[in-house]
Write a protein that binds this ligand. Sequence first.
Ligand SMILES: Cc1ncc(COP(=O)(O)O)c(C=O)c1O
Length: 496
Amino acid sequence: MIERVQLDQSSSKHLYIQLYSQLKELIERRKIKSHTKLPSIRKFAKELGVNNVTIVNAYNLLEEEELVYKKVGSGTYVAPIVELKDDIYLDEEVYIDEDTKFIEEKKRGSKEGKIINFATAAPTPDLFPIKPFKRLLNKVLDRDGGYAFGYQKSQGYSPLRKSISQYIGKCQIEASIDEIQIISGAQQGIDILAKTFLDYGDKVFVERPTYPGAISVFKSRHADIREVPIRKDGIDLDLLEEELEKEKPKFLYLMPNFQNPTGYSYSQEKKERILKLAEEYDLLIIEDDCLSDLNYGVGYGENKFLALKAMDKDDRVIYIKSFSKIFMPGLRLAFLIIPERYFDDILLSKYMSDIFTDGLVQRVLDLYFREEFWEDQINKLKQTYQKRYEVMVVALNKYLPQEVKFITPQGGLNLWLELPQGLTVKKLYDKAFAAGVNIAPGTVFYYTQPQEDKVRLSIAAVTEEEIKEGIKRLGKIISKELSNNKDWDNSWMPMV
Ligand SMILES: Cc1ncc(COP(=O)(O)O)c(C=O)c1O
């Protein structure tokens, strides 16, 4: 298997990081067995045509992550992989209730009692890169000591803002470090923007359906929330213009790529038209982008789904990006890109909220970027999610009756189903839960007049096996309900 290792001398990525990443992958995928002796430093360096130090550095990184162990005078060996047992940790699933508050916390119990959870779009702990994080955390502590725990700049740790400016440049968004504001999660971003811009009764336009966490914030500011329906290629522009003719909102809150909950993305044409409308009507747009890195079938840095911010020549867009779905939600890390005219007001709102975001985690994330682990992190997540997504699409086509409608968004974590007439999501939710499957009822994503025939399914917290099994169970329930409905309908047929 070692023969598979190939280093690219022309890549900007350090050779030892390339070697470490490839060996790590081989070990984690069990392509190299536990206790196998890795090649000696000198031999491996000669074979790969690199310096001995490259091999030493790569082996050291693997050792720090406990993927290999060293025997004095003998060499470096692959460590046995420790399986994480289900009952070692408690996995708390947070579920959003009809009032959009986070209420119901279900503790995961034994294997038999385990619920197949399509309701949450939060990644599970097995996807978190704990070992590299631990190593970088120690590095930060050794390097910065107490400084990591002192008061930090409200705008955020400057080296991290520089790293983010480079990372976001790959998504074709140009942002200087002055325009970047670190925040403690995208939810805080929505909150401080609402605090900055909204007074009692101010109008806010949102997509219908939308992210309930945003609705809660706007409600808390007593804003006048107007919902504009979203179509498969983005918000309905005719209806949006109709609303704009009547009144001007303080801002539009939009998710142009892999929208939550629908998974829909705006067409390029719609993105361009929205920006034109913004100019025409002098609008501010808040673009919430949690998931655009998870566009499947393209490499890191390539993007079929441009952010509005990448096309925003006129500085009409405030961009929010969360690290929760692509790194670890518990770190509470996200950032804003802000046009200059709003710098001071938004900084003040951030300061009033929590003064600054945790300095230690900002420093660790910065090292993640600097030591070039970020690309691996995104690629690994994408690989996992893309497989799940493909399994999900196959299962939906195979097991659900054709009366259930959905589109396949090519990215993100969510799929949005439209149930056949006569089957409400409440009924499906109850029956599915009794069958060990948790779904997110579409009703929670509407501000007014919740639609009863929509379901959001997420692939964030389910394995490929669980997807097949869970969709099979859902399919059975829906088919049964459909045939019951048919019986009922028939009883009203005139006897001819
Ligand atoms: C669209 C959207 N915005 C914001 C958030 C909140 O993200 P964070 O964990 O960064 O606060 C979420 C979380 O699910 C989300 O889906």
